[in-house]
Design a protein around this ligand. Structure first.
Ligand code: ATP
Ligand code: MG
Length: 441
């Protein structure tokens, strides 16, 4: 399972959730405080109202001519009552009530002070030696509504806060990671052969050790590759002279041999020395190809070089090389020596691994696309994919060391080109084709 996450996403979501949670806690705390304070204000208003109405109600009741009895205080104007009141004697008989008052809201017997029912907040006061009670009722729904409105007003900013926080964090993280992204792109865009140090400056301090570690690794890699290359090149070079001397001596020896039987043995030694010599030559070519230098400073026309190489091969295998060249020049930054090594390997392969009864077609078109095609058995895809590896060979009767395509591929890569290998060849059921665009650099 992959656990890779984006820093930007994690920080954006994490910080926004944190801010939202803290805000919600703040809203809850301030909501509770606001509710408490509002209750105090509402209670004080309720108490004040009761104190104000009480003397008026007592005067009204005591001045009645017909004594006790329920009376409704007349409404001067038609309106809904928010606060209702009830004036009762100590037994609970109603003496006076506001015009909207519902006795069911109040308790059976009157009481002094604050009390709550399910729906109302009540406040009671008494007068005339606790014989007359006045109770004022205020619906709790109103208080709840006020608390809810206050809470909602505090929650509302969250609607803005969440997207602003997400955007803000995303933007800040993006800004701070810009140099890191540049750094990543710089590494990604490098060619496989580019082992120069990465730029450490301007990176956020936290990332500096990574860049340092990469540079140290690149340096070690560079040194290791360099010593491997120089070892291959030196060994191949050192082998060349003794091999050539030995070969010359063996050839001389062969001519002096009177015995045919011994002559055969010497011929075998000569053949072994020859293939050793070819191998050392290929190793040297590979070391050069992998050592870079596949690009030249200025563009060169590669058509005459290809024509010359094809002529050489035509001399070795008369009638088998079919060359088609473009009308105009094909200029490329590919180094002419590297191009010659690359093309020689491709044509040599086509001649020695391809069907002997079919020609090798070498085609360079006006767009700079070079194709070397030959007939012969198909190479299975799983083998085709491995042929660029050093010493990799598919089924073939021809001798060889398996380095030719590794050399061609190293030159193409070093020049920023792609060597395409196909089997069957384009437009055929069999055969092999190598293709390279020389003008793509
Ligand atoms: N044109 C081709 N047609 C058919 N098979 C090919 C062709 N070119 C390469 N191959 C296959 O790919 C293998 C690898 O080729 P490569 O040039 O790397 O090595 P080689 O030709 O065998 O040896 P070397 O080039 O070192 O003398 C060959 O052995 C052969 O099986
Ligand atoms: Mg070869």
């Amino acid at each position: 399972m992959t656990t890779r996450t984006s820093l930007q996403k994690t920080l954006g979501i994490g910080l926004t959730l944190g801010v939202t949670l803290l805000w919600l806690l703040g809203v809850t705390a301030s909501g509770l405080v606001a509710q408490h304070e509002m209750n105090e204000v509402f209670d004080s208003a309720l108490e004040e109202t009761a104190q104000r109405i009480l003397p008026l109600a007592v005067t009204d009741i005591l001045n009645r001519e017909n004594g006790a009895g329920n009376q409704k205080a007349p409404a001067l104007k038609d309106h809904d009552e928010y606060l209702t009141y009830l004036v009762r004697d100590e037994a609970g008989n109603i003496l006076l009530q506001s015009h909207d008052a519902d006795p069911g809201v109040f308790s059976r017997t009157p009481a002094e002070g604050f009390s709550d029912t399910l729906t109302h907040r009540l406040y009671g006061v008494s007068a005339v030696s606790n014989t007359i009670y006045l109770e004022v009722a205020e619906p709790l729904a109103h208080r709840r509504e006020s608390a809810l409105e206050a809470g909602l007003a505090l929650l509302l900013p969250l609607l803005v806060l969440i997207p602003v926080s997400l955007l803000g964090v995303w933007w800040i993280v993006r800004l701070s990671l810009r140099k890191v992204v540049d750094f990543q792109q710089d590494i990604e865009s490098r060619g496989a052969g580019d082992l120069s140090p990465v730029v450490e400056e301007q990176l956020p301090r936290e990332f500096e050790p990574i860049a340092g570690a990469i540079n140290r690794l690149l340096e070690r890699l560079h040194r290791a590759l360099e010593s491997e290359r120089s070892f291959t090149a030196n060994s191949a070079h050192e082998l060349r002279t003794p091999l050539a001397t030995a070969l010359a001596k063996v050839q001389r020896l062969k001519t002096r041999m009177p015995d045919d039987y011994l002559k055969n043995d010497v011929a075998e030694i000569e053949e072994a020395l020859r293939s050793l010599s070819v191998l050392s030559g290929k190793l040297l070519e590979l070391a050069k190809a992998e050592g870079g230098g596949a690009l030249s400073q200025s563009q060169q026309d590669l058509v005459p070089i290809l024509a010359m190489i094809a002529r050489d091969f035509e001399a070795q295998a008369p009638g088998r090389v079919v060359l088609s060249l473009p009308e105009r020049e094909v200029n490329s930054f590919l180094d002419p020596d590297a191009f010659a090594i690359l093309v020689r390997n491709l044509i040599e392969n086509a001649l020695k691994h391809g069907s002997r009864s079919e020609p090798v077609k070498i085609n360079l078109n006006d767009n700079g696309v070079l194709r070397v095609c030959n007939g012969g058995a198909r190479v299975p895809p799983e083998q085709l994919a491995l042929l660029r590896n050093r010493f990799a060979r598919a089924k073939t009767d021809a001798a060889g060391s398996g380095l030719g395509l590794a050399i061609a591929d190293a030159i193409a890569k070093g020049a920023g080109m792609t060597l395409h290998l196909r089997s069957p060849a384009t437009g055929r059921q069999d055969g092999f084709e190598a293709e390279l665009n020389l003008a793509c650099i």
